[in-house]
Design a protein around this ligand. Structure first.
Ligand code: MN
Length: 232
C-alpha cells in the first residue's frame, strides 16, 4: 500500500532521561476540574461525572521553544495542567486498573482561544475553535512512574515572565487521575499513547507576544514556552 502523499509525522513527547520518545495518539482534556477555576469561568462543579473535550494530536507542541501567537483570537490564555500519559490498554476499568495503566506524568499547557471558547458557550456550540488550536497542547517531558503513584499535595503553578499567575494544589482536583481514566474508559478503548490533560486551577489569563510562560508541578519537569509574533 502506498500513500498518495507522505503522512504527517507522529506527534510525540519526550521522556525524562530517556532517548526513546512517547508517541501520542489522542489528547483528552477534562473540563472544570478545580472548583476555583470553574468559579472564575462563571460555572460550578458537580460530582455527577467528569466531562471532556479533545484536542487533535497535531495540536501538540514541544516545550522550550517559541510558538507563534495563533490566528483568530485576541485573548489567548494559559492553563497549567497535570498531564497523565497512559502506557497500557484500559477499557471499562476500575480505579486500580486505571492507576496501573499510567505510564507517567507531565506538566502541560492547555492554551485556549478564550474569546472563541466564549462564542461557543454563548451559542451552545462546540469549543473546537477555542480549544483545538494548533500548538495549543504544550507538554513537557514525561516523568515515568511504576504504578500511578499519587501526586496528592503537590503544588501546581504557572508564571508569566516573573509574575505568578496560577498557584494551586493537585489536592484541589475534583476528579483524581484514577477516577478520570476509569470513567473515560467506559467510553473509549484507551491505550498507550493516549494522554489526558486534567484541568487547570484558578488564575488563567491572557498571554502577549514576548511572554515567557513557565508551568511547574512539584517533582515533574517544568513546561516552558515563549509566545512569538503572529504569523503573517
Ligand atoms: Mn484546560
Amino acid at each position: 500500500m502506498n500513500f498518495v502523499f507522505p503522512p504527517r509525522a507522529v506527534p510525540y513527547l519526550r521522556i525524562l532521561a530517556q532517548d526513546e520518545v512517547y508517541p501520542v495518539a489522542r489528547i483528552f482534556c477534562v473540563g472544570r476540574n478545580y472548583v476555583a477555576h470553574a468559579a472564575e469561568m462563571g460555572g460550578e462543579v458537580d460530582r455527577e461525572a467528569p466531562w471532556y473535550f479533545t484536542k487533535s494530536p497535531h495540536a501538540l507542541a514541544q516545550c522550550h521553544q517559541t510558538l507563534p501567537y495563533p490566528p483568530g483570537t485576541n485573548n489567548y490564555h494559559h492553563e497549567i495542567e497535570l498531564v497523565v500519559a497512559l502506557g497500557e490498554e484500559v477499557f471499562c476499568a476500575d480505579q486500580n486498573a486505571a492507576n496501573a495503566a499510567i505510564f507517567g506524568y507531565a506538566c502541560g499547557l492547555d492554551m485556549t482561544r478564550r474569546d472563541r471558547q466564549q462564542d461557543g458557550k454563548d451559542h451552545r456550540r462546540p469549543w473546537d475553535l477555542g480549544k483545538d488550536v494548533e500548538n495549543s497542547a504544550v507538554v513537557g517531558p514525561i516523568t515515568p512512574v511504576s504504578n500511578g503513584s499519587d501526586l496528592l499535595g503537590r503544588r501546581i503553578s504557572l508564571n508569566v515572565n516573573d509574575e505568578l499567575r496560577q498557584d494551586g494544589s493537585l489536592d484541589d482536583m475534583v476528579w483524581s487521575c484514577a477516577e478520570i481514566i476509569s470513567h473515560l474508559s467506559r467510553y473509549y478503548h484507551l491505550g498507550p499513547g493516549d494522554i489526558v490533560m486534567t484541568g487547570t486551577p484558578a488564575g488563567v489569563g491572557p498571554v502577549q507576544v514576548g511572554d515567557v510562560v513557565r508551568g511547574e508541578i512539584t517533582g515533574l519537569a517544568p513546561v516552558m514556552v515563549t509566545i512569538g509574533p503572529a504569523e503573517a
